[in-house]
Design a protein around this ligand. Sequence first.
Ligand code: SF4
Length: 488
Amino acid sequence: MNLSKSKYCNGVQCKKMLWLQKNKPEEKMDVSNDSVLDNGSLVGEYAKKLFGEYIDIEFNENLNKMISDTKEALNNKECIITEASFNYNNNFCSVDILKKNDNNYEIYEVKSSTEIKDIYKDDIAYQYYVLTNLGLNVTKACIVHINPFYERIGDLNLQELFKINDVTDEIILKQEEVKTRIKEINEYMENKEEIPNDISINCVKPYDCPFFKYCSKHLPKNNVFNIRLMRNSTKFKLYSEGIYSYDDLLNSDIDSKYKQQIEYELYDKDDYINKDSIKNFLDTLYYPLYFLDFETYQQSIPEYDYIKPYMQVPFQYSLHYIDSENGTLKHKEFLADAGIDPRRRLAESLVNDIPMDGCTIAYNMSFEKSVIKNLARIYPDLSKHLMNIHDNMYDLMIPFKNREYYTKDMHGSYSIKYVLPALFKDDPSLDYHNLEGVHNGSEAMNTYANLSNLSKEEQEVMRHNLLKYCELDTYAMVKIWEKLKEIK
Ligand code: SF4
């Protein structure tokens, strides 16, 4: 088989994954995660500039063209080549950054994550194998990744944004393993018939396998992989012990919270409501009440000052509020203009909308608190007021997280996306599916990021969609709070 870096890494995770990709691609599910704006290619583009001037080997479907372009570039005695491409014995690879100094070569593999994973070492070990077998003297192999502690102030500092880790010694030790794995992968791919592998922790580590649904089709509909909040390692351990149906699990010694999910779903049990605890929670709240929700984006490459990679940058909020008992529900909102740093105006608007000592409610407040704390850090003139909002925040998630209110339709989760439909079945006004254009946080983030590329009319439509989405988030919180009050 013709291998590449990514195919080799897939094969390291599970050979069957490669076999299914080739022979049963229709069984593949989409497991991509688009919660971060910038993709690896943007990180790659910035990393190319790390060592100064470089020769870029342009991507070509014809890999031989990339290889011949690389050969030509290598005629330079000293040079930096990006996407330098090689093929040894049907094992192809493009090196993200190759530094040539006379007859010595250094290879750099660029990753958009903030830490090194073992699979990255397999990736660069494979590249080292290809290059050294072609006779190149590779003196250094490094993994380049994002430094999560870098904070942009002024011009982007690439030397600080990226961390370079020398893994040469480790990957030299892996060379026999690479050779064996390539042989095993090739042998496995010769199989005409599917080999019945069993599922294991490899199905989710290092990445979620897109064939998991297919490979787990022998399991009963209700099984251990439907248990929310249980660690994957625990699920696969139970599975390997033959404990995977809901009946098996009920007879095992798993935590009572998992058994609660199972019992409610199996036996259609009545809702559990701890009235005293809910009353105690509600008694901590006071008027005026503010229901707050932010929308944020994350960037691998910080665009503005005082932003770290992958930091949550707020661009929008919705605020429902009630001044006093029996007061009417009112609403305020903020959505930043496109293409600017949204934070200053958002922070000013927030302190304008929430008075000092108001009672602010969020759902999963650690998120809202961290956003506010970051704003307070960079705007000292607003810091006192912002931290007052921060310090007077209460978490509507608590009664559900503590399972003081639980129904079978929450399916073991306390996320608002499960709690809301469980409490308000078939209420179209609380159904995110009925919104136009924006239905979740990822779509909100991508819509905002794309705003400046749209015409004025299109922008207006999308801004309206964003506002409606965020408004529903806080309206949902109000409805949940009202539901808790009915119990009290
Ligand atoms: S689901 Fe698991 S066993 Fe099936 S192909 Fe993926 S990693 Fe391999």
